[in-house]
Design a protein around this ligand. Structure first.
Ligand code: SF4
Ligand code: SF4
Length: 435
């Protein structure tokens, strides 16, 4: 057993009080005791005590979204993330991981050029799809099962586009930008927006093209070797930069880099460079920039904010994106603001029905705000929410908070008032739907 002692001792902290039942989105939809932290911890204990990894046990462990709301609310401070990650590794060891998944996680996402070439091939096929689908293929072969439709693979990746962004003349800091796969290949505009905002803060951005996937899919599958490979590669690439910080605009990547790598590499930073979310960094280092937005340019824009689970529970960041967004428009909170959107990466692929039920609650909460823009801090949430909004025939659109900040700053520089987002065109152009 690779790491049983650590997560085994975490298991013993669970008092079996059942408080997690009141917050778990999966339990809320199923009412199944096996599908909540308490039940999964019981199963994890059985697994650690050498029980066979039965189909039922595997289902229970795989159907956790890893939203970490239970961990956030647990009165006993149970380290649930470590338990579920450890149990999945144990399960992968006992049941094995499908060969195509192992190949993808060990040999494709670890090679930036091979991965990009595969995606560019997928892009060609996207063009062949019927117009009714908006000309979009569903991401990678694995995601053909996903209920979400995804935008076109970007013709130029974020790391390519970032080469064209001018550096500040006398930078006061230098940071490494970890883009993550979704931003790098699907939403590069989120990375370029981040680079422009950082430039205004006199921060130089370096986005090494050798960076690879953060490893979240490997964590989901319990694929230790795949996670070790990406963690080792990213640590090597970013450590060699000797930057003041490594920042990422992706909440899921940030949570994985901060926590899962520690389990694998045994340290929290890369050569002394702390890992930070982009919102966290901007709130710490960009106060003057935020204060320069006096609100005249933004008051007419009504926004709501979706907390990505990996941001609010994974990294404890909820005030920071709100501090940024309050400078970008009128922020209206949605009901159940800390609730999962139902995406969860592989969760929506393997549990589309459950995912759909959780998402329906989120869509209703968004709709009740009357906002035309749903800000978030995770490209995965933006993709999933946009797909769901379009499926529901709603005109609003989800965007990353960093894009909204970049646009608000640009308006201020041009002294232009904010324009209300149009009811449909922009949304329908890039949302690219649906079920
Ligand atoms: S995980 Fe925490 S909240 Fe859930 S049963 Fe155990 S002690 Fe209670
Ligand atoms: S991580 Fe989320 S889905 Fe998993 S048991 Fe905890 S609350 Fe439920």
């Amino acid at each position: 057993m690779t790491d049983a002692p650590k997560w085994r001792s975490d298991i013993e902290r669970c008092a079996m009080c059942g408080k997690c039942r009141s917050v778990c989105p999966v339990f809320q939809e199923t009412g199944d005791e096996a599908l909540v932290a308490r039940g999964r911890i019981r199963l994890a204990r059985a697994l650690a005590e050498d029980e066979e990894a039965s189909g039922r046990l595997a289902y229970a462990l795989k159907s956790c979204i890893r939203c970490m709301k239970c961990q956030d609310q647990c009165p006993s401070g149970v380290a649930y993330r470590e338990i579920i990650s450890g149990a999945r590794r144990e399960m992968a060891e006992k049941r094995g991981v499908a060969l195509p998944v192992r190949i993808a996680l060990r040999h494709i996402v670890t090679r930036p050029r091979v991965f990009r070439a595969g995606l560019m091939t997928a892009r060609l096929f996207q063009k062949l799809l019927p117009a009714g689908r908006g000309g979009n293929l569903r991401h990678l072969p694995l995601f053909l099962k996903s209920p979400s439709w995804v935008p076109e693979v970007a013709p130029r990746s974020a790391v390519e586009l970032l080469r064209d962004i001018e550096k500040p003349k006398s930078p006061r800091m230098r940071v490494g930008l970890f883009t993550g796969c979704l931003i790098n290949h699907i939403y590069p505009e989120m990375a370029t927006a981040a680079a422009r905002v950082l430039k205004r803060m006199s921060v130089e951005v370096v986005a090494p093209p050798e960076q690879v996937c953060c490893g979240t899919p490997a964590v989901s599958f319990g694929e230790v070797e795949g996670l070790k490979r990406v963690a080792g590669r990213n640590a090597e690439v970013f450590s060699s930069l000797h930057v003041d910080a490594v920042i990422t605009p992706c909440a899921t990547c940030g949570s994985t880099l901060k926590h899962e790598y520690e389990d694998i590499l045994g340290r929290k930073d890369w050569a002394g460079s702390p890992i930070m979310d982009a919102m966290e960094f901007i709130c710490r280092e960009g106060r003057d920039l935020l204060e320069s937005l006096d609100g005249d340019e933004t008051d007419s824009v009504r926004l709501t904010y979706h907390d990505p689970c990996h941001m609010i529970y994974g990294q404890g960041l909820s005030a920071e994106p709100r501090a940024v967004l309050k400078r970008c428009g009128e922020l209206v909170e949605m009901s159940g603001k800390g609730n999962c959107c139902g995406g969860g990466g592989t969760f929506e692929v393997f549990f589309p029905e459950l995912s759909g039920k959780i998402t329906a609650r989120k869509v209703a909460a968004i709709s009740a705000t009357g906002a035309m823009t749903v800000a978030t801090a995770c490209p995965g949430c933006a993709l999933h929410i946009n797909s769901a909004l379009a499926a529901a025939g709603m005109p609003c659109r989800s965007r990353h908070a960093i894009e909204l900040l970049d646009e608000a700053l640009e308006r201020m520089e041009r002294k232009e008032p904010a324009a209300s987002p149009k009811a449909d065109t922009d949304a329908n152009k890039t949302v690219r739907t649906l079920r």
